[in-house]
Structure formats: structure tokens, C-alpha cells
Design a protein around this ligand. Sequence first.
Ligand code: PLP
Length: 693
Amino acid sequence: MLREPDGTPSRVTLTLPGGRSLRAYIWTAQVGRVPLLLLDSDVEDNAPGERDVTDRLYGGGSEHRLLQEMLLGIGGVRAVRTYCRLTGHAEPEVFHTNEGHAGFLGLERIRELVEQGADFDAALESVRAGAVFTTHTPVPAGIDRFEAALVARHFGEGGELSGIDVERVLALGREDYPGGEPNLFNMAVMGLRLAQRANGVSTLHGAVSREMFAGLWPGFDAEDVPIASVTNGVHAPTWVAPEVLRLGARQIGLARAEDALTVGGSERWDSVADISDADIWELRRTLREQLVEEVRERLRASWRERGAGTAELGWIDGVLDPDVLTIGFARRVPSYKRLTLMLRDRERLTSLLLHPERPIQIVVAGKAHPADDSGKRLVQELVRFADDPRVRHRVVFLPDYGMAMAQKLYPGCDVWLNNPLRPLEACGTSGMKAALNGCLNLSVLDGWWDEWYDPDFGWAIPTADGAATNEDRRDDLEAAALYDLLAQRVAPRFYDRGAGGLPGRWIEMVRRTLAGLGPKVLAGRMVREYVERLYAPAAEAHRALDPVAARELAVWKARVRAAWPAVAVDHVEAVSDGPLNGTAELGATLSLRVSVTLGELDPSDVEVQVVTGRVDGADRLTRTVAFPLKATGAPGLDGRRLYEGPLTLDRTGPFGYTVRILPSHRLLAGGAELGLVAVPSEATGEAAGVLMR
Ligand SMILES: *Cc1c(COP(=O)(O)O)cnc(C)c1O
């Protein structure tokens, strides 16, 4: 517990409506080199309601949840400040929130700056510059939303952040876009508005998030929405089995093998290619055998707990076979993960399990949230199937999926199965942990697998997300595809034995999985990307925004927002040397001449761009590239300004262009930041054109 110099416990205090206070102690844990601060509301001085704020993670009702998030966000910043004061640790420059849960920390940082004399808008700019927001799920239930009235009651006069106008707070979380609920306060929306930089957690999830939050950047196509992506990674030293590390160490020495897990680098992983088939297969056999032992032990314990006597449990010695193709599947049980998809056609599954030459065995682990009744029903369904004496030696359900179990489970499986409803799996990480141990993936192309799938690393379960009109039909189609893959591809390859009884093609896939996916799925790779693409730019942006610059940026934004309705693209003309006739040839250069109205704004406030790209079937530009055009000459008598630039047709295929005006300032992270854009109206004539078909 963190203590003041006089020995009394440090605490943070939040002011609640009705003269109440919420106090919390600060606990610290050292995670590697990183101090982890934990807040605990179990403080004697708290009233009973406040004392229970940190008593559970989910299921406490919305006011309980709001208080948790106020404590996490506002109390969190105060705890960090306290920790830095007491230990001399450097103050953080960049704040990164994972989902909206800790999002109120941005408000607390604004309060700090307002207290030091900044106005709200300048403080907001400074806070945004030093903030990174990661959206972590496209599942709506994963995003906290509160009644705006509930939030209003907790802020402003008599509550927290009393120096800040409640309306400004509410505006940050308001869903004031088409399809939004204006009476709700959305924590992810606030998170995006309080951070200058944002990302999703896989390439696909980045794209899904840009669609999902496009309403916050009106006027922009989803692909221009400023949400990047950094694909998650896993902590290899935790997830690589000791046997795997040992084999790597035999190959390249322990120090380099350990570096391969942390620093990464494909050259360190390439040496997997030199490990012999026999050694790889022996490793796989050892890991599978250990899993079989582990499963039997856990099963025995779980049956005893269900009241079975030792004499009845003899069958458990025959559960699983260390030489049978082993498929692993482990999930927390939110419905989009489809724990029971494999049970869609029980006879088909049973025939795969009991196949006379090429049997499979399945280990399923799961954990339903105590408040999730439908999740619990799915678990029961699986348990009932796995209890059937016909198949119980080939399919096992392990309750209480947790890290200790997972560490045994991933390495021991030959195939890791994942069948979420695409695209709801933001990233998924269990398949990465499995791959690090030479386990092949069999998964719907969702999350990380959509990005890094390769036939050398496993199999893609075809999805019916476009074709199927209803979920039942979709489940039928995708389950059938799963059975087909298992029967026709996966099992035949595993049992295809060559010289010395070894499955050469399978072993080659294991090798390629290790060498190809190993260096990619590492947490070290992920952290490096966060540092280079998000943390370092955010730290730089934050340093650039001293109080004077922050004020200047805030004033500039307000001026641009006010003047924007008058900004327009009036006329666009593409001039070529020869006749154009609506089409042009590869290599031709056109001159674009664009006339714009900037109203109260100066050319230095904007960038006039030509955007070129491919034209898709719906006549929309895709895979676009933007180039700035140059202002030429003084404004005309009507106030219009002329912009010009070349347009070279350097790509074949359907190709088009358009023109747009964006706000431009050296302290913006990108052109879409303000959500302001002016494009040619229909009446502008040659506003946008398809130049080649
Ligand atoms: C890795 C892991 C998860 C998350 O796995 P996903 O593939 O992201 O669903 C959940 N629980 C435990 C115990 C894990 O180790």
C-alpha cells in the first residue's frame, strides 16, 4: 500500500453529489519494470455504498459502474500524481486509455490545467495531444453508456470537477450523430474526443472501427476516419512452453532464444528451419501427452466435486489419447464467440471424433460470467455432450478457464479452433499463444487471423457473413464448412505418415508457423508499434502545446469551425494538352484548375487537395491518395481563389479524382481531425471525374 512519509496510507478522494465522498487506498505492484497502481475503495471512512465501489468487476448496476469509472479515471490520475510525488518517478507525458472505462482521466487532466489558469478549450487541446485511445471491441455491449442525466448529477456544482461546465462534459460523450442516442453518454465517444490519436487492435478491427465511429467525423468516408490500428501481441515468455524454449535454445543458445521471445526479429526465428522433423514431432508428442495428463487430472477433480466416488472414475484413465489429433477451443463465453458452433450437427461431430483411422479429440475450456445466463446455458450444452459415454473419451469440457490452465492447453493442442461471428472478434489472442508453441490455427478470418492467415500456418473457416440472411442459417453454413475442413484437410494431413511414421507436411506447417508467426505475434512487436506510431508522436505533440500554443490552437479551431460553412469548392477544371473526351491515357498529365471560396479563412488555414484513386463498381473512389494543390495569384474580385496542380495518370484500370478542402495547421495530427471538409457540390460541373475505365 502506498503511504505518506508519516506512515499513513495515501488515498485519493472524489467528491460525490449530496456531500458524499469516495475515498480509495492505492496499492502498488511491480510488473517487470512497470509499477502497477490499484485502487481499493474498502476504506473505513467511506459510507457502505462507497465502500463497495471496487467490490466486483461487472454486474453492479449503472451508478455503481459510473462510480467505478470515475474512480478509475479521475482517481487514477490522482493516484499517479501521488505515486510520482512520493517516489520521484517521472510524471507521465502520454496517457493511453484502453476502451472508455478510464476515460474520465481526460476530464481530470483538463481540471488540473483549468486550475492552473487555462481555459477549457486550451486545456482540451493540451490533453488531447497527450492522449491515445484504443477501441477494443465492435460489440456494443462492450462499450459503456450512461444516462446523460446520471453523469450530469455527478459532475459540476457539488460534485467532481466543479470548475468545469457540466454541459462541456456532457457534450464530450454525446452521441450527436445519425443513429446515436442523444440522451446517452458514451464512454468510447468521449475517449475518441479526448484523444488526438486512436487505434483499433487488428487491421480488420481498425477498418470496422472506422465504419463504426464514422459519425464523429461527418463528411469523411470511413477510410479517412482517423482511427489507425496496432495489432495485439502476446507476452511470449509467459506463453511459450519451457519445452519449446529448450528446443530453440539447443538450436541457437539460450540467450538468443530468449531474445527471440522478447525482442523478436525474424532472423532469430528463422533457425527453426534447421530443427529436424523428428525433433519437432517429439516435441509435439511430449506437449500433447502433458496436456492429456493435465486434462485427466482436472477431469477427475471436477467429477469428484460433482460427487463422484473414485471407483466410478476409472474411465477417466482412458480419456484422450496422446497420439490422436488434438483440437483446442477455449473461450470466455460471450455469444459472438459461438462456444457451441461445433455441436450444430452432433452426428457429424461424433463421426469425426470416432473415425476409425483418423479420429480427432477436442478439449474445450470455458468460463461464463456469473451474470451471463445464456453463456451458462451454452456451457451446460457442451458439458452434456461431453458427458455422453459414446464420446467422452474424445471430447472434454474443462470449467474455470484461466491462465494456469491456458498455459498447458495451448502448447498441447495440434490445432487451435476459433469460430467467432466475423467481424466481432477485435483481435483474439489465444491463437497467437497457440502458434508460439507450434500449434496450427483453424479459424474464421477474423481479428489477427484475417491479417496473418497463410495456408502454411493453418486453415481459414469460410464465413457466410455476406451470404446468409439469418444467424441460424449462417451457423449451419459455417459449422458445415468447419466439419468439411476437419474431415478433408486437417485430419488427413495429420495422419499422412511418411518415413519413420512422421507427418512431414504437418511438421512443415509447424515449422512455418513458428518461424512465420512467431516474430509477429509478440507483445514486443506491438509495444514497439505503439511507441513509434502513437506514443512518441503524442509526446511530441503534447510538448509542442505549451499553454500559449494550446490557446492558439484552440482559438484557431474555433475560428475555423465558425468560418467553415462559407468554405466551398466552386469550380473544378481538368485541362489536358490534347482532347480529353472524358477519358485519358496512362502516362498523360492533366492540369487541374480549382476555384474555391475560403470566406473568412486564409489560404494558410486550409489545404486544397486533389484525391485520386481507383473507381469501384459503385463509382466510389477507393485506395485513395491525396496531393496538395498550390494557390496561384491573388483572390479575384468575387473573393474566389485559384488552386492548381498536375494530375498524372500513373495507374492502369478505372481511375478517378475529386477535390476537397481540409483545415490545415501544423499542430493537427491529420486532415480529418476537426471533422470538417468541403467537397464540390453536384452543381460544380466537372467536380470529380472518372478519367479511365
Ligand atoms: C488469452 C486468453 C484469453 C483471451 O483469448 P481470446 O482469443 O482473445 O478470446 C482469455 N482467457 C485466458 C485465460 C487467456 O489466456
